[in-house]
Design a protein around this ligand. Structure first.
Ligand SMILES: C[S@@+](CC[C@H](N)C(=O)[O-])C[C@H]1O[C@@H](n2cnc3c(N)ncnc32)[C@H](O)[C@@H]1O
Length: 317
């Protein structure tokens, strides 16, 4: 395959971008927008964007490798009507995709997570179907194709109060994606197709950013700095801390897990005058949430166990 320059232009940094996204600004035109969840290598996303140049296409994919492959294909086809987002579709839908802004959502061969104790990872439970509904225009549709009969029935069982009517059938191979080819090669020739048409709107409010409080503290002792992990409704784990004595800058790496959103980022502790300023490091693409605030609080507490604090004059991150 010819090596194409992989322009990053189609990649939307949804954590840094103003949310919810504005499709007219993103694409520079007002056109119907379709969304693919878990596009893998981007074969179908790109094929559909080529087939329908009058529509715009957004793809969400959890793995960076898939994003890279899709970027290569988008560049190779010189498409201007495709954008891709890296991450878990659930928080992206919850925070970044505007309500009632999509004509069609589709997901081809999503992971069926066949083992019972993995079912919690499955996409398209009742809550997520309501979320998908809230993103669709009236009469919009969600299209699902799967190789896995038990998963197909599980999605069907989640339809109550989702505002969809369902059309289900088995179909021959038709989308020519990597996973369709994989199952075909293993001898599977019929797949399970589910089309959910929106008949009633489910209003699911967008999750909004939490205003962040950053801190200034009087003391910071890098030799004894040990922030405490949190394991409650929100999970906060501190991974490592680096300190540069020459510049008097410390950085601590943290993982925050809350609902479907997992964030990995660094928190700065930087000497400024006779104080230390605590805030998320620039460039980490942090979505401001309750969990991020708890992480900042834990760092503050570890700096000054006695809590002789003064609030930062400017609380913005
Ligand atoms: C079995 S593969 C199918 C890929 C492609 N649709 C195809 O037909 O070849 C499932 C894809 O969904 C992605 N995925 C899994 N969970 C996801 C999530 N929560 N959000 C976004 N993508 C996800 C995986 O990274 C993987 O690329």
């Amino acid at each position: 395959m010819r090596a194409y320059y992989r322009s990053l232009k189609p990649l939307i940094l949804w954590r840094e971008a103003a949310r919810p996204l504005n499709w007219v600004q993103v694409f520079g035109r007002d056109a119907p927008v379709e969304l693919e969840i878990g596009f893998g290598s981007g074969d179908y996303l790109v094929a559909r964007a080529q087939q329908y140049p009058e529509r715009d296409f957004v793809g969400i994919e959890l793995e960076w490798e898939g994003i890279q492959r899709a970027l290569r294909k988008i560049a190779g086809s010189e498409l201007t009507n495709v954008r891709v987002l890296l991450g878990d579709a659930r928080p992206i839908l919850g925070r970044a995709i505007p309500p009632q802004s999509l004509t069609r959502i589709y997901s081809l061969f999503p992971c069926p997570w066949p083992k019972k104790h993995h079912h919690k990872h499955r996409l398209f439970d009742q809550r997520q179907l309501q979320l998908l509904n809230s993103k669709l225009h009236d009469e919009g549709e969600f299209y699902l194709l799967t190789d896995h009969e038990a998963y197909f029935h599980w999605v069907l069982s989640n339809l109550t109060d989702t505002g969809f009517t369902a059309f289900a059938r088995t179909v021959p191979p038709q989308v020519n994606t990597k996973y369709e080819q994989k199952w075909l090669a293993e001898g599977q020739t019929r797949f399970y197709e589910l089309t959910l048409r929106k008949v009633q709107h489910c209003a699911v409010p967008l999750l909004e950013d939490v205003p962040m409080e950053t801190y200034r503290v009087k003391t910071f002792d890098p030799a004894h700095f040990q922030p405490t992990a949190i394991s409650e409704d929100v999970h906060v784990v501190f991974k490592e801390t680096r300190y540069d004595p020459a510049r008097q800058i410390a950085m601590t790496r943290v993982v925050v897990v809350e609902d479907d959103l997992t964030q990995h980022f660094w928190i700065d502790i930087v000497r400024e005058g006779d104080e230390w300023r605590i805030r998320p490091a620039q460039g980490c693409g942090v979505v401001p949430t309750v969990g991020v605030q708890r992480a900042l609080d834990a760092v503050r507490n570890a700096c000054q166990p006695q809590r002789s604090l003064s609030p930062a004059p400017n609380n913005s991150v």
